[in-house]
Design a protein around this ligand. Structure first.
Ligand code: GRG
Length: 294
């Protein structure tokens, strides 16, 4: 499989759909819509929507049925980055290779752009055509729970509260499971749901998503200490400076690398129920994420 070409073509489809769903920059209030689009089209890797589409493919679904869900997930992810970068949170000036939303539009508009990206995600989900086993209420609940106060936001709260403190490995795992893995796992589950996956396949992709989601954050922590800001497109070395709870800080760099490999292996193993290369894009994506440099 030519992963580079696959990623390029998926990103194109996702960007086209996002452009369609998002109000244009001349729609009132124009500043808000400019800010939403500024962050959404800043060059993110589109990993969550790509994983969503790949899971739909693995379950023999149509990409077009998964596309609204994939776009909604990217809106939620982008909102979380815009808010995370605010001075009251991580206080970052640089994201996706450009100045952060609040640096360009001011803090008030950045807060509102994040709010509007989160809200529009649900409007976009409402456009999806649900499959027989998973009605609209199931899709909405999946995404609301993953983005809610006991998952994404719980992870962010734990991350903020852990700053400058010595954390244990189980606390670190809690942060990673909620701040990062929950949305990644739901991206994969929603792709499978759009394809009407049976219970066995949904369980398999859920396990895959869990391993991959955790591995993703371990790698993110490693890259923060080993890569430059230019390559990452965001400020490198911030975790140490902010005394963040990270895997390299708690178990060291080499053990963190081994942990990322172990979690990725677990993710691959979970896909054994799929046949005939159905899950090849998911396998390739897991390897790509393990070996990524930014
Ligand atoms: C504000 C509720 C709220 C949550 C913020 C997203 C987040 C939670 C914090 C940002 C910092 C961080 C390390 C988050 C973990 C998830 C993560 C690694 C995000 C970056 O994802 P990529 O690499 O980014 O997929 P792009 O820009 O490529 O989409």
């Amino acid at each position: 499989m030519n992963l580079k070409a696959y990623l390029r073509s998926r990103r194109k489809e996702i960007d086209r759909a996002l452009d369609y769903y998002l109000p244009k920059t001349n729609v009132k209030p124009a500043t808000l819509h400019k800010a939403m689009r500024y962050s959404l089209f800043a060059g993110g890797k589109r990993l969550r929507p790509i994983l969503c589409l790949a899971a739909a493919e693995a379950c023999r679904g149509k990409v077009s049925n998964a596309l609204p869900l994939a776009c909604a997930l990217e809106c939620i992810h982008t909102y979380s980055l815009v808010h995370d970068d605010l001075p009251s949170m991580d206080n970052d000036d640089y994201r996706r290779g450009r100045p952060t939303c609040h640096k360009v539009f001011g803090e008030g508009i950045a807060v509102l752009a994040g709010d509007a990206l989160l809200t529009i995600a649900f409007e976009i989900v409402s456009r999806a055509k649900p499959a027989p086993r998973y009605d609209m209420s199931i899709l909405l609940r999946e995404i609301a729970v993953a983005a809610g106060s006991q998952k994404l936001i719980a992870g962010q709260v734990a991350d903020l509260e852990a700053e400058g403190r010595k954390v244990k490995r189980d606390q670190l795992r809690f942060i990673h499971e909620n701040k990062t893995a929950a949305i990644l796992k739901s991206s994969i589950r929603l792709g499978a749901m759009s394809a009407n996956a049976d219970a066995k396949k949904l369980r398999a992709v859920t396990q895959f998503g869990h391993g991959l989601g955790l591995a993703f954050q371990v790698i993110d922590d490693i890259l923060d200490v080993t890569q430059s800001s230019e390559i990452l497109g965001k400020s490198a070395g911030k975790d140490i400076a902010a005394k963040k709870a990270t895997y390299p800080a708690v178990i060291g760099l080499e053990k963190s690398r081994a942990e990322a490999r172990r979690l990725t292996r677990q993710a691959h193993d979970a896909l054994s129920v799929f046949r005939d290369g159905e899950a090849e894009p998911l396998h390739c994506l897991a390897n790509y994420l393990l070996e990524r440099e930014y």
